[in-house]
Design a protein around this ligand. Structure first.
Ligand code: ATP
Ligand code: MG
Length: 564
């Protein structure tokens, strides 16, 4: 699979092709990924990363990593570090082009002075509330600020004093002088700079005025020589302002292109909501395996390949839609199907005693590591008189079509023998089945001369004397319902949609002994139970901990099949 997206496959590539044809950027393609360092990256960002870096790779261009750190109050170094780690982990490189919008603060300030000198910007003393009132609405034009016609000299003087810290937060702003009657509210003299006496994670106390996104973003793009500045649809209405800033200043004309953001069912993706889930303890951290953060997906066991495959499959569109999370699950299943070793693990153990098997005998059974990939070879798994099987693989009083173990019935133990249930031992008080007693047929050893007898069911098992104890964490969707989040919902409503059963912890799991010492991050297919990844908690000394990445039931493939 190519690391980049398909070179001709999306409308943005078509725009690039046309720009190349008319020589707009001398054939250059230079993109950027511009996260605001106020949270961890999520699967939506992965879409943007694959798109921006992918277009650069496909077009022999470049992609910058730029921290959009114009907002001093929220940004933190922890986020800066995690973002770099995640982009690299996804498989992309910005080479030596890692930038911060804050690197350009001085340049942006000079450009603002230039706008003032051109009569295109002014210092306005209206309060934030008044500015809103003066702005008008979609149906009513705005009113001009009484400060709109200050002289260039006065504006330069006031702006300089804003920078020098002479005024309180919110006392004054710098605004573009465009058109208070514009049908586009973003052009009604938008604010370019505000006063904010706050420490910045990089510039410290050097600045007390900070540029607004709509002013800082086009200039950052332009300063870096970005050709195609790709952002999500909600910025389409801001594009005229993006162009205005670059045209008035006669600087490099980067071009903004909007695409539809990724929405996923059963997921929250707004950083604000993710932060609340983390900070209020609804999840264990930014890397909680239930979260759609890149760090959560990584801990869960998602591979970079599966995430890139997902981003390629969902494509790039101009209209918002919601993707079924089953597609993401399908992608990791497909990837791990090829490379994960199969092992046997019993999640909810039931003891099976094979009464006619010699007490002290241990046989090594040879089992293929991956039927999809013969090159992965065979492994030896010890078999002995007492084994564990899944509780749900035994029924005392089964329906006819139950092809697993039941009194008087036979099953094959995977790659071992056919056994027959002879009796059960039960708890006298509760009636709970404590152990199952079986006989085995020595003539039915797998791989040996089988007796020709076939049985319908094959069960996975683990030898009791050799089993390793482990913990398994099984996950369900974080959010209830098919609905994806409503971006407009700013309240607490999403907390009510949290799935109270999004995690189930099984403390008494038995796994085959070959898993001893399995490294955090390594993934396996537990036969019949799904794909599991070793959690970093395994390194705390309390034994192996596994996260279930996905079960083996592929709801996406099923839906696709039904649709055919
Ligand atoms: P915030 O609302 O907190 O600013 P954001 O989602 O805009 O969050 P940024 O850090 O500004 O986060 O995003 C960096 C880049 O990732 C932007 O270019 C943005 O368009 C893109 N991006 C963010 N969320 C998604 C998404 N769900 N799908 C596709 N791209 C996204
Ligand atoms: Mg943003």
């Amino acid at each position: 699979m190519s690391i980049a997206s398909s070179p001709t496959g999306n409308f943005i590539q078509a725009i690039i092709n046309e720009d190349n044809r008319i020589g707009r950027y001398e054939g250059r393609v230079h993109t950027r990924f511009p996260p605001e360092p106020n949270g961890y990256l999520h699967i939506g960002h992965a879409k943007s990363i694959c798109l921006n870096f992918g277009l650069a790779i496909d077009n022999h261009g470049m992609c910058n990593l730029r921290f959009d750190d114009t907002n001093p109050t929220k940004e933190e170094v922890e986020y800066v570090d995690s973002i770099q780690y995640d982009v690299r982990w996804l498989g992309f490189s910005w080479d030596d082009r890692m930038f911060y919008a804050s690197d350009y603060f001085e340049q942006m300030y000079q450009y603002a002075c230039e706008l003032i000198r051109q009569g295109k910007a002014y210092v306005c003393d209206l309060s934030p509330r008044e500015i809103r009132e003066y702005r008008g609405t979609l149906t009513e034009p705005g009113r001009e600020s009484p400060y709109r016609n200050r002289s260039v000299e006065e504006n330069l003087d006031l702006f300089e004093r804003m920078r020098a810290g002479e005024f309180e937060d919110g006392a004054r702003v710098l605004r573009a002088k465009i058109d208070m009657a514009s049908g586009n509210l973003n052009l009604r003299d938008p604010v370019l700079y505000r006063i904010l006496k706050a420490e910045h994670h990089r510039t410290g106390g050097e600045w007390c005025i900070y540029p607004m996104y709509d002013y800082a973003h086009p200039l950052s793009d332009s300063i870096e020589g970005v050709t195609h500045s790709i952002c999500t649809l909600e910025f389409a209405d801001h594009r005229p302002l993006y162009d205005w800033v670059l045209e008035e200043l006669k600087v490099y004309q980067s071009r903004q292109i909007e695409f539809a953001r990724l929405n996923l069912t059963n997921t929250v993706m707004s950083k604000r909501k993710l932060r609340r889930l983390v900070e209020e303890g609804h999840v264990i951290g930014w890397d909680d395996p239930r979260l759609p953060t890149i760090s959560g997906l990584r801990r869960r066991g998602y591979t970079p390949e599966s995430i890139r495959d997902f981003c390629e499959r969902i494509g790039v569109a101009k209209r918002n839609s919601t993707v079924d999370i089953a597609l993401l699950e399908h992608c990791v299943r497909e990837d791990l199907n090829q490379r994960a070793s199969r092992v046997m693990a019993v999640l909810r153990p039931l003891k099976v005693v094979i009464d006619n098997y010699p007490e002290d005998l241990v046989e090594e059974m040879y089992i293929e590591n991956n039927p999809e990939n013969a090159a992965m070879g065979l492994r030896k798994v010890p078999f002995s008189r007492v084994v564990y099987i899944e509780r749900e693989d035994f029924m005392e009083d089964p329906p006819k079509k139950f092809f697993r173990l039941a009194p008087g019935r036979e099953v094959r133990l995977k790659s071992a023998y056919i056994i027959k249930c002879e009796s059960v031992v039960k708890d006298e008080k509760t009636g709970e089945v404590l152990e199952v007693h079986c006989s085995y047929d020595p003539e039915t050893k797998s791989g040996g001369a089988e007796s020709g007898r076939k049985v319908k069911g094959t069960l996975h098992w683990v030898s009791a004397a050799h089993a390793l104890a482990a913990e398994a964490r099984l996950y369900d969707h974080l959010m209830l319902g098919e609905e994806s989040e409503d971006e407009a919902d700013e309240g607490d409503d999403f907390l009510r949609q949290l799935n109270p059963r999004s995690i189930e912890v099984l403390k008494d799991v038995k796994v085959e002994p070959g898993l001893a010492g399995a490294a955090a991050g390594s993934s396996y297919q537990f036969l019949r139970q799904g794909y599991f990844c070793v959690d970093p908690d395994s390194e705390k000394g309390g034994g192996l901990v596994f996260n279930r990445i996905v079960s083996l039931r592929d709801t996406w493939a099923k839906v696709q099949k039904a649709a055919e």
